[in-house]
Design a protein around this ligand. Structure first.
Ligand code: DON
Length: 321
């Protein structure tokens, strides 16, 4: 970092100027009071709608943070691309996609439906994420499986915060009729690999949703994706290059619920949102950004998070095309 600093060869050479823009966008989004906090479980319903955090980590380790960047929140659906990337490293693309598709569903994220090959449409919706969970080290015990994935998530976040919210896990499990229905529907259609333990797989999926990060650790996770799978702060090669390419592609086409097409059109960057109000945004080869603000729009995306992305690409030429 020091060599780069003295030779001004950072990916964002005028980082101070860039941060000034980020401050302005942060403040402009702060005025946005639209949206409603998720209410399907009490633990999420209790989130304060005032929380607003933006954290950035570039592929060469420059950092920006503003707002509630050290307050923990659960990853929820933002865990989907991360687990998918790890599962790809374990199974390879062909095996993974013999169980889960790569097509946007055009349906709600938790709809009881399969694609024309009788597979879940993609790993970013619930059915596909439950399938992805089934493909992570299925032969390990539940405890060892949790240890394995927790360690992988930790490597993604480097030395930053990673936690597990047991209350959210228990409450997800309690209110999971639809996810149980999805799993049984997939089992009825013989979607799972032989030997899949259904309830253990669902528990594992709920645990993944209940992992806790802060905006700061989320930014490092996103930056690892932006940096071809190598954690920019630790140098740890956490994910394979193929896994990153596949993951970013599906985040681009399927990451923002039923707003994914419009988001790809307007923002043009891979991203994933979750019901806790988190958005992971990746600017490939440049930086990872984590946005967190609990109030959600009717699509289930963080209102301030989406506004931030729009304003960012209106000021900077980050749109992929
Ligand atoms: O499975 C659920 O319903 C939630 N725990 C996941 C929430 C979420 O962020 C929705 N995502 N696609």
């Amino acid at each position: 970092v020091l060599v780069k600093a003295f030779s001004s060869s950072f990916i964002i050479p005028d980082f101070r100027g860039f941060c000034h823009h980020l401050d302005q966008i942060y403040n402009s989004c702060k005025n946005n009071t639209n949206g409603k906090v998720a209410s399907y479980i009490p633990q999420l319903a209790r989130l304060k709608s005032e929380h607003w955090a933006v954290s950035v980590c570039t592929v060469d380790g420059q950092r920006y943070s503003n707002g509630d960047v050290n307050v923990p929140f659960t990853l929820q659906s933002c865990s989907k691309p991360l687990t998918y990337a790890m599962a790809l490293g374990l199974n390879g693309t062909d095996t993974m996609h013999s169980y889960v598709g790569m097509e946007p569903s055009g349906r709600y994220f938790n709809e009881l439906c399969l694609d024309y090959n009788n597979k879940p449409h993609n790993p970013m919706i619930n059915a596909g994420a439950i399938m992805t969970a089934a493909l992570v080290k299925p032969n390990l015990s539940a405890a060892d499986r949790f240890d394995f994935i927790f360690n992988m998530y930790k490597r993604l976040a480097g030395d930053e915060f990673l936690g597990f919210n047991n209350a959210v896990f228990l409450s997800e499990k309690e209110c999971a009729d639809r996810n149980f229905a999805l799993a049984y529907f997939m089992r009825e259609n013989k979607c799972f690999p032989e030997g899949t333990r259904l309830h253990e797989t669902l528990d594992f999926y709920f645990q993944l949703c209940s992992m806790e990060i802060t905006a700061e650790s989320g930014a490092v996770m996103a930056a690892t994706l932006a940096n071809g799978g190598i954690n920019p702060l630790t140098g740890d090669p956490v994910l394979t290059i193929d896994a990153v390419r596949n993951t970013l592609t599906l985040m681009h086409s399927c990451g923002m619920y039923n707003y994914s097409g419009q988001f790809a059109f307007k923002v043009g960057l891979p991203s994933k949102s979750g019901v806790s109000g988190c958005v992971l945004l990746v600017i490939p080869n440049t930086m990872g950004i984590c946005l967190w603000s609990p109030p959600l729009d009717t699509n289930g995306n963080s209102c301030r998070g989406v506004q931030f992305c729009m304003e960012l690409v209106s000021r900077f030429n980050f749109h992929n095309f």
